[in-house]
Design a binder for this molecule. Structure first.
Ligand SMILES: Nc1ncnc2c1ncn2[C@@H]1O[C@H](COP(=O)(O)OP(=O)(O)OP(=O)(O)O)[C@@H](O)[C@H]1O
Ligand SMILES: [Mg+2]
Length: 463
């Protein structure tokens, strides 16, 4: 860890020297100033982690220095020292935000304790701030497409109400993120957000998970258990993968929604709960209803506000934003240097069919940030699945560019489309300089010209 830097401002040389000695001995980096002006100049230049400040100095006194320090940097902790019997000054200094006030003459131990506390507090506050920032970033919904904006608008309308929300969409599209965003923006945001993954809990345990049980209510129930609904009282319960609940559990959940009360297994007592329910599923519940697998009445109870989160293929234009967002995010997270991505590589990511949606994109970018050796992510760094155009016959979200390869019927067409995309990529990389490109791909210039003609490629048609 870097040494903490401490600035001592005191007009008495003896005090400056003794403080310098004590503090340096303790491993601090110490600077001293004999006047207020000198101190302020040093503070501005060196931005110390802490300032020790004498009150009574000729010229600019300590209180004024404190004022100016605050104006310059409102967070640096200041420990004030002064001759004894100056209680009035102590009060004034504290009001102006001094961390501590120490009377002269002082024992060096007294100063050290105060400095440690001040520095600890500052470190905690900084950590807190960066944690909070990290959480905010982690929960950010990135995207500017019309599709995502619609989702965000629905989230905004649903959040302040108590209405039940049903979130549907493919795996990895951000259903959980939507649920958490609703809770965070609701009046219940200070209460708990309790998540239950209905698909992950074995059938025979789910009821006791959701509703709790009394001790001895069934074999294995050695202790009383509070159910998730009770835990979420006054807050929000998130029933994830709600489409995977058994009919029996569905009936019980329906009852909670209707009556607002739960019953622990093995107990006849009903307990009132005030819970907001958000449910999510990647199954098509309408279809499940048709197949008799999901109760229609429960569906209507849940889908008071239905929110459909579109797949990434339906909002492919969010891909570049997401890629950049996660490049920044993982550079910070893994403490690696930020990287750049070439237009050609970004293009391929843009055109790729993200079957695993944002989760897949996120994992891909994380891998790229860790595995790419240089500072630039290029086509050759991309996973094969992204780099190699999709097999003929498969459909693609992008009608142009790489999508054409997907629509190509014959091998000939496929080869042409692929070759064209490859050439455009290389030309872009080389700033549309024909000679450079020809050299880079090791083909005669004449051949490259022929291809440009054949595929009608020009810088103007690119875009
Ligand atoms: N709009 C978005 N911007 C940034 N990150 C997002 C966005 N949507 C989702 N993510 C991230 O993608 C990942 C998957 O999202 P989430 O877990 O919410 O998806 P899900 O729909 O619940 O998936 P599953 O059905 O598999 O449970 C998470 O890391 C989430 O933070
Ligand atoms: Mg999920």
């Amino acid at each position: 860890m870097a040494k903490s830097r401490i600035l001592v401002i005191d007009d008495e040389a003896a005090i400056r020297d003794s403080l310098r000695m004590t503090l340096e001995y303790e491993g601090y980096d110490v600077q001293v100033a004999a006047t207020g002006q000198e101190g302020l100049a040093l503070a501005e230049r060196e931005s110390p982690d802490l300032v020790v400040l004498d009150v009574k100095m000729p010229g600019m006194d300590g209180i004024e220095v404190l004022d100016r320090l605050r104006a310059m940097n409102e967070t640096v902790p200041v420990v004030v020292i002064s001759g004894h019997g100056t209680i009035g000054t102590a009060v004034e200094a504290t009001k102006k935000g001094a961390f501590d006030f120490i009377e002269k003459p002082f024992a060096s131990e007294r100063v050290l304790v105060s400095l440690r506390n001040a520095l600890d507090q500052r470190r905690l506050r900084d950590e807190n701030r960066s944690l909070k920032k990290a959480v905010e970033i982690r929960h950010q919904m990135i995207g500017e497409s019309r599709e995502l904006r619609q989702v965000m608008a629905a989230v905004g309308r649903a959040a302040p109400t108590n209405a039940t929300v049903l979130i549907q969409g493919e795996s990895g599209v951000g259903k959980e993120l939507v649920a958490r965003t609703i809770h965070r923006n609701s009046l219940r945001s200070r209460e708990r957000f309790v998540q239950v993954n209905c698909a992950a809990i074995p059938e025979e345990l789910i009821e006791s998970e959701l509703f709790g049980h009394e001790k001895g209510s069934f074999t294995g129930a050695t202790e009383k258990q509070i159910g998730k609904f009770e835990q979420a009282d006054r807050g929000t319960i998130f029933l994830d993968e709600v489409g995977d609940m058994s009919p029996k559990t569905q009936a019980k959940v329906l009852r909670v929604l209707q009556e607002g009360e739960v019953e622990r297994l093995g107990s006849a007592r009903t307990i009132k709960v005030d819970v907001r329910v958000i449910a999510a599923t990647n199954k098509n519940l309408e279809e499940q209803i048709d197949k008799g697998l999901f109760r229609e009445d429960l569906y209507f109870r849940l889908a008071v506000i239905p929110i459909h989160v579109p797949s990434l293929r339906e909002r492919a234009d969010d891909v570049p934003l997401l890629v950049r967002h996660y490049m920044d995010y993982f550079a910070r997270e893994n403490n690696v240097r930020p990287k750049r991505i070439t237009a050609a590589a970004l293009d391929l990511l843009h055109g790729y069919r993200w079957k695993g949606n944002i989760r897949e994109l996120r994992n891909t970018v994380e891998r790229l940030m860790i595995m790419t050796a240089g500072d630039i992510i290029d086509v050759s760094d991309l996973p094969d699945a992204v780099r190699v155009p999709p097999v003929a016959g498969a459909s693609s979200a992008r009608p142009a560019g790489d999508g054409e390869a997907a629509r190509a019927g014959t091998l000939r067409e496929f080869k042409d489309v692929t070759e064209r995309a490859y050439l455009v990529g290389k030309l872009r990389e080389n700033g549309w300089n024909i000679s450079k490109t020809a050299e880079a791909i090791d083909t005669p210039r004449s051949n490259l010209y022929k291809k440009l003609e054949q595929y009608q490629i020009s810088q103007e048609t690119d875009g």
